[in-house]
Design a protein around this ligand. Structure first.
Ligand code: ADP
Ligand code: MG
Ligand code: MG
Ligand code: MG
Length: 398
């Protein structure tokens, strides 16, 4: 029968596939559309005329954007399983997974057609009352429930083995921790006007490179929690009543602060965008969201640690406090690194690239200086009333 051996499916094949694997659809004619906008994978919406629909995420042997990137098709299987693990802690914050198909390298999941991608929603002035709380809860639940405080040590190692992700980790190691600071592979892309700032702020700063190397070693060695690994505002779907996190294909057991830091970094891009548009209401809203993410993360993480830690030797208030403190510290470093790599590296964010040249340069320089502070002085960042007081210190006219 069909679909017992992998091949790269097109729209026609995906329609037959969904009929073969699920019972969502009657005898109606189906429509399949490839709606992916990412670099790596294919995303198909399959729908009938009655408004029923599902999403099929499917991986090819190379990246969607370029045949030069050869990647294991197993990434989508890992992603499906990771969505199920995270979904077991926060079912309302993840799409429902209907099928993870290890043969066809597919995940069939809930269609979130009634949601919008957070990045574009924030940049067009939308606000969502539960966003900060939802993101804080997502971070606390997924990160603490997969930590050594809650998982049995053997269960944790088994899951860690299943979620090992060398290929996509290498992409992060290169794009986040190496290339922005050395321009090795010559993939950095900066405007002529930004180039001198990148030279002096990044390439020429040897102390910064020490801090970055230390952070990179943490990324490679700190198997603290099952992280999402790519938690930018393009991986979050939202509407008035609901928040959903998608696309955890970069996930593995890594530093918990990685996800927290990514959320903070990308909300700062949204903040800078709102400021550049002189939309002070929106900027204020985003500031509130960042502060809420941090506060909800912290309080919920602490509660989970208190309620769910099994191991008597770990069940100590001082240990909980220092653990959360270190996640916050790591998050500051990662937020800085993510801001830097999205400004100078090859994967840019539309929050910034959509700005006119002069405002863009101003925001890029401010963000780079702010980011450097976070990378080099993550502890000091904790004593400021909020990250915004640091960011505002670097307001520049260039
Ligand atoms: P990639 O790994 O290639 O970045 P994503 O999982 O981010 O793929 O999906 C790419 C795009 O496909 C998303 O930005 C979104 O527009 C759409 N998409 C992905 N999953 C869903 C879903 N469950 N429901 C609706 N649209 C989705
Ligand atoms: Mg994506
Ligand atoms: Mg769900
Ligand atoms: Mg992805």
């Amino acid at each position: 029968s069909q679909f017992e051996e992998y091949f790269l499916m097109d729209e026609e094949a995906v329609k037959a596939y969904v009929r073969h694997k699920t019972e969502f659809f009657g005898s109606d004619e189906l429509i399949a559309t490839e709606i992916g906008d990412g670099n790596l994978n294919y995303v198909f919406r399959v729908e009938d005329s009655k408004g029923q629909s599902v999403i099929v995420k499917h991986s090819g042997r190379t990246a969607r954007i370029s045949d030069e990137f050869v990647l294991s098709t197993d990434r989508t299987i890992r992603e499906g399983k990771l969505l199920e693990v995270h979904g077991s802690f926060v079912p309302d914050l993840t799409p429902t997974v209907y099928l993870v198909d290890e043969t066809m390298k597919c995940v069939i999941m809930e269609d979130l057609a009634d949601h919008k991608i957070l990045r574009s929603a924030l940049n067009t002035g939308d606000s969502f009352p539960n966003l900060g709380e939802d993101l804080g809860r997502y971070l606390a639940e997924t990160l603490i429930n997969t930590s050594d405080f809650v998982l049995h040590p053997k269960e944790k190692k088994a899951l860690q083995q299943e979620m090992i992700n060398p290929e996509l980790c290498e992409i992060s190691e290169d794009l986040v921790y190496t290339e922005p600071f050395y321009d090795n592979n010559h993939r950095n892309e900066v405007s002529e006007t930004l180039a001198p700032f990148v030279q002096s702020l990044l390439y020429d700063d040897e102390e910064l490179k020490v801090a970055v190397a230390q952070a990179k070693l943490k990324f490679m060695n700190k198997a603290e929690a099952l992280i999402h690994g790519d938690l930018h505002t393009g991986s979050v779907f939202v509407n008035r009543d609901s928040t959903k996190v998608i696309d955890p294909e970069f996930g593995f057991f890594g530093p918990a602060g990685y996800d927290v830091g990514n959320v903070i970094a990308h909300l700062f891009f949204a903040y800078a965008h709102a400021e550049a548009q002189h939309d002070l209401t929106q900027a204020h809203y985003i500031e509130t969201v960042i502060n809420e993410v941090q506060a909800y993360f912290k309080s919920r993480a602490l509660k989970l640690l208190k309620d769910k830690t099994r191991d008597v030797s770990l069940k100590q208030e001082k240990v909980f406090a220092s653990y959360i403190r270190e996640i916050e510290r790591d998050a500051h470093v990662i937020a800085g690194l993510e801001i830097i790599r999205r400004i100078v590296g090859l994967a840019k964010v539309s929050d910034i690239t959509s700005l006119s040249a002069d405002v863009r340069l101003q925001k890029e320089v401010q963000l780079l200086k702010f980011a450097k502070f976070l990378v080099q002085y993550p502890e000091e960042a904790r004593v400021y009333p909020s990250l915004f007081s640091i960011y505002n210190d670097y307001e520049v006219q260039v």
